[in-house]
Design a protein around this ligand. Structure first.
Ligand SMILES: [Zn+2]
Length: 333
């Protein structure tokens, strides 16, 4: 089946009480992801309330005293890796520190803080240096695990940044998962022929409106059929797993992530999810980021029946607009 950027405009009709019960037509669009077929409903801009703001200083003050990831407590309160996996027990790079997660969600689960010194880290202060240091600890973790346990071939690097994204600990961190079994999306992506990914990226390059940056090694673009608000996607060509990343590639990914986060901040978001989906074999390594928030005074969540029970994103932020903002951001540095 050919790869296509499939979209369908639809309209609904109501007798609108805001217009004296006149007949009114409203429009929306359904789009299908060219790689997985997952669908998305794109609603008119402003269909959902705007992201709410939080007093992060206050939340930081309330959680700092008992935080296990802060300097002074991290050494005593976080686990260590077994010596057969990593002699030092914890992995450090720049300011970042990685240790096993107390809660297992994979055969090898890790947490890595950007810095034990930074309990409060708003998304527009996540510099390329802080992100690169943190990614480097996760890359070293995935490699150390793979060397010790070759069956754990499915590595991913993930983030729930702050409570709206699902984090239970305020102190900003990444999470690693290295497992003998893929997650659902890793499995679906692994079933996509590499030629289809090339075809998808070629289609997007031709279309141009969602492409943010494209080089021989990295492609950054807004997702055609987003899973959530502001979804951005990157492909690292010629690498399949976090284990394959070198310093230059980590630096490039970190610069891109930092730029995407400054776009999210500009749009009023304070929170995000991230996933870097490692594959055991020769498919391009893929990264996805979505903005997260509590919305409006009612603290609405953006997870609805559509995403949770129909596996279909519903967003009111147009991918082409997100790409435009990202291109402006890329042009500034
Ligand atoms: Zn802390």
């Amino acid at each position: 089946m050919a790869v296509e950027l499939r979209r369908e405009r639809m309209s609904a009709e109501i007798l609108d009480p805001r217009a004296g019960f006149e007949r009114v037509r409203t429009e929306f669009e359904i789009r299908w992801d060219p790689l997985t077929g997952q669908s998305c409903r794109l609603l008119a801009a402003g269909s959902f309330p705007p992201p709410g703001r939080h007093d992060l200083e206050r939340l930081a003050a309330e959680t700092r005293e008992a935080c296990p990831f802060c300097a002074g407590r991290i050494e005593e309160q976080t686990p260590r890796l077994p010596p057969e996996v990593h002699a030092a027990g914890r992995i450090r790079s720049g300011e970042a520190v990685l240790f096993p997660n107390l809660v297992s969600y994979a055969k090898w689960s890790s947490v890595s803080v950007y810095s034990p010194q930074r309990h409060l880290l708003p998304i527009d202060e996540l510099t390329p240096e802080l992100i690169a240091g943190n990614l480097a600890t996760q890359v070293e973790f995935a490699r150390a695990v793979r060397a010790h346990d070759p069956d754990s071939a499915w590595a991913s690097i993930n983030a729930n940044h702050l409570a709206p994204a699902g984090s239970s600990i305020f102190h900003p961190h990444l999470q690693g998962s290295v497992n003998p079994r893929p997650t659902t999306l890793q499995r679906l992506l692994a079933e996509v022929e590499p030629a289809r990914i090339e075809e998808y990226l070629a289609l997007e390059r031709d279309a141009g409106e969602r492409i943010v940056s494209a080089s021989a090694e990295h492609v950054w673009l807004a997702s055609f059929a987003p899973l959530g608000p502001g979804e951005m996607r990157a492909f690292v060509l010629g690498r399949s797993s976090p284990n394959d990343l070198d310093e230059a590639t980590i630096g490039e990914l970190a610069r891109g992530i930092s730029r995407v986060l400054s776009v999210y901040a500009e749009l009023g978001f304070e929170s995000f999810n991230l996933a870097l989906y490692g594959m055991p074999d020769g498919r391009p390594l893929e990264l996805r980021l979505v903005a997260r928030a509590y919305y409006g005074p009612a603290l609405r969540s953006d997870a609805m029946w559509s995403e949770r029970l129909h596996w279909e994103g519903a967003v009111d932020l147009e991918p082409e607009r997100v790409a435009e903002l990202a291109r402006e951001r890329w042009a500034r540095s």
